[in-house]
Design a protein around this ligand. Structure first.
Ligand code: 1GP
Length: 249
């Protein structure tokens, strides 16, 4: 069986785009959780990301439930070391490289590294780059870092290439959950053109037009969270759009 990362590379080489549905255990509970699970049972995305900037609920219980009910591939997208769970299929080992807060560049990694290694979970080192999404984001506030201005695509590119040269396996361009505006397409184009590793884009994507714009600009995977919390039935619509990108034989 291919690992999560090999799967991502395989899809990328085939020019097949990917959709990840982001669930925050703190927000996805009660009626929202039941509705989300039934939507995921109808149509499963490539990945289910689990995490949040200041999630308190147990990720273990949440992931167990998701795996039991949906059989989806669960990838941890942790806001801090406390959200680590051995129950997921893979872990995005995120380093907030757009910021200059050592705690989120390397501190949280040191706190969790030995437990992560012992668990044998698949670890995917990922350069996490925060872009101004038109309003202050939780990540910005919690991490006490500044986002890259929307018109500074060259700074986003330099940051992404630094991640690649440091040996990170993927880059995540993040406008912040619930952003007013997604990452600008010119920025995605610029970063994608200069990068040789998979590019993930997320934050503020509310409809399939924006989803398509991100894919067409060069995103290999798009992460969507907020809009599915109120409209889980939209998962199918977003998946149909994602699957309209052909597999090259
Ligand atoms: C946030 O990129 C993700 O970390 C998804 O953002 O919740 O705005 O879709 P939304």
């Amino acid at each position: 069986m291919r690992t999560t990362f090999r799967n991502i590379l395989f899809n990328r080489e085939a020019n097949r785009k990917m959709l990840a549905v982001l669930l925050d255990p703190d927000k996805c509970c009660g009626r929202i959780l039941s509705a989300t699970i039934s939507a995921l049972k109808t149509d499963l995305p490539d990945f289910i990301f689990v995490g949040g900037s200041h999630t308190l609920a147990s990720t273990d219980t949440f992931i167990d439930l998701l795996k039991e009910e949906t059989r989806g591939k669960v990838v941890l997208f942790p806001g801090n070391a406390a959200q680590f769970s051995t129950r997921a299929d893979a872990l995005l080992y995120l380093s907030l490289i757009s910021g200059r807060n050592a705690e989120f560049l390397i501190g949280q990694h040191i706190t969790s590294s030995v437990a992560i290694k012992k668990s044998n979970i698949e670890v995917i080192p990922t350069g996490y780059i925060l872009i101004d999404g038109g309003k202050p984001s939780s990540v910005e506030y919690i991490s006490n870092t500044r986002s890259i201005p929307r018109d500074k695509k060259e700074i986003a590119l330099s940051s992404a290439v630094a991640a690649e040269l440091l040996g990170m396996k993927m880059v995540y361009l993040e406008a912040g959950s619930g952003a007013n505006f997604p990452v600008p397409t010119e920025m995605i184009e610029c970063v994608s053109a200069g990068l040789s590793i998979p590019l993930i884009v997320g934050g503020g994507i509310k409809n399939t037009t924006q989803l398509k714009e991100a894919f067409d600009a060069g995103a290999d995977m798009v992460v969507v969270g907020n809009i599915f919390e109120t409209n889980p039935e939209k998962i199918s619509e977003f998946l149909a759009c994602t699957r309209s990108y052909k597999i090259e034989e």
